[in-house]
Write a protein that binds this ligand. Structure first.
Ligand SMILES: [Zn+2]
Length: 288
């Protein structure tokens, strides 16, 4: 179930240098959901939401006036990806300049998030962004021809000049018994993943007492193709104008780590939303 993404994204017919290029996110949001508590202090009690039942994704738009985009938006995320929706983009994938950060993990009960120290940036289409946090969804939120991967990691960036401008780099991960990455997610691994998911439920980040160089850990993302499109936060308030960059190389994880994650966070993904005519632009690294 992991191969479709790779096949689709590495397919010869999508590599090339024509077509047009969609430009960036439009406006921002008040950063609930995917970008909660990244430094903003807006703290009004908001309705409970979840991934199932009466507070599940089908009802998010009804739970608060401010969340109407969840129900009525036309440029929502995530989306299902098929070949017919892909066009060749003229740009190159984001240049990632992620650096060393302390691991500040927290588990608000419905996902696992790490807040990132200042200093990690990315540049795309001449715009600079700061990495503020990354978090995990399981199964993946975006699908390829209806297929999920085991985990999708969202690296949330805000515009350096305009912090309301959001860009999310999505990395897909899946269990791979033969090539699963050791030393990253396993016991004592670079991300202290097992310790992080064992944290008690909290809305405060907790330092795990170690640092990690994100640029090294995720260096594979740099040379990879990416698909980009304009979407939304995938949690309330589902604000639109979020530019997604879906990395076309799958990160293999040890099956035990995926199982540990799913034991706690299974099904914290939003169902796919209609594209409504949007296309995904294929960005390939510049060749010399
Ligand atoms: Zn997310």
């Amino acid at each position: 179930m992991l191969t479709p993404l790779l096949i689709l994204l590495s397919c010869e017919m999508f590599l090339g240098d024509s077509g047009n290029d969609e430009t960036g996110a439009k406006d921002g949001n008040d950063e609930t959901g995917d970008v909660t508590e990244t430094g903003d202090t807006e703290e009004e009690p908001e309705p409970e939401w979840s991934y199932s039942g009466e507070t599940g994704p089908e009802h998010w738009g009804e739970l608060s006036e401010e969340w109407s985009a969840c129900g009525e938006g036309t440029q929502q995320s995530p989306v299902d990806i098929t070949q017919a929706d892909i066009e060749l983009g003229s740009g190159t994938p984001p240049a990632l300049s992620w650096s060393t950060t302390e691991l500040n993990a927290y588990n608000p009960g419905y996902y696992l998030r790490y807040d990132v120290d200042p200093g990690s940036t990315m540049t795309v289409e001449g715009q600079q962004y700061d990495l503020v946090q990354f978090h995990f969804h399981g199964l993946s939120e975006h699908t390829v021809i209806g297929e999920h991967t085991d985990i999708e990691i969202h690296f949330v960036h805000t515009g350096k000049d305009d912090p309301t401008k959001l860009a999310v780099v999505a990395i897909f991960a899946g269990a791979d018994a033969e090539d699963g990455v050791a030393g990253l997610f396993d016991e004592g691994g670079a991300l202290r993943f097992r310790e992080a998911i064992a944290l008690p439920e909290s809305h405060e980040p907790e330092s795990l007492g170690t640092s990690v160089n994100l640029g090294e850990v995720f260096s594979f993302a740099e040379g990879s193709d990416a698909l980009t499109y304009s979407g939304s936060l995938t949690t309330p308030p589902c604000t639109e104008g979020v530019q997604f960059y879906l990395v076309g190389t799958l990160l293999p994880m040890l099956p035990d780590d995926v199982a540990a994650f799913h034991a706690l966070f299974d099904y914290n993904y939003r169902p796919t939303q209609p594209l409504n005519g949007r296309k995904l632009n294929m960005l390939s690294p510049a060749t010399e």
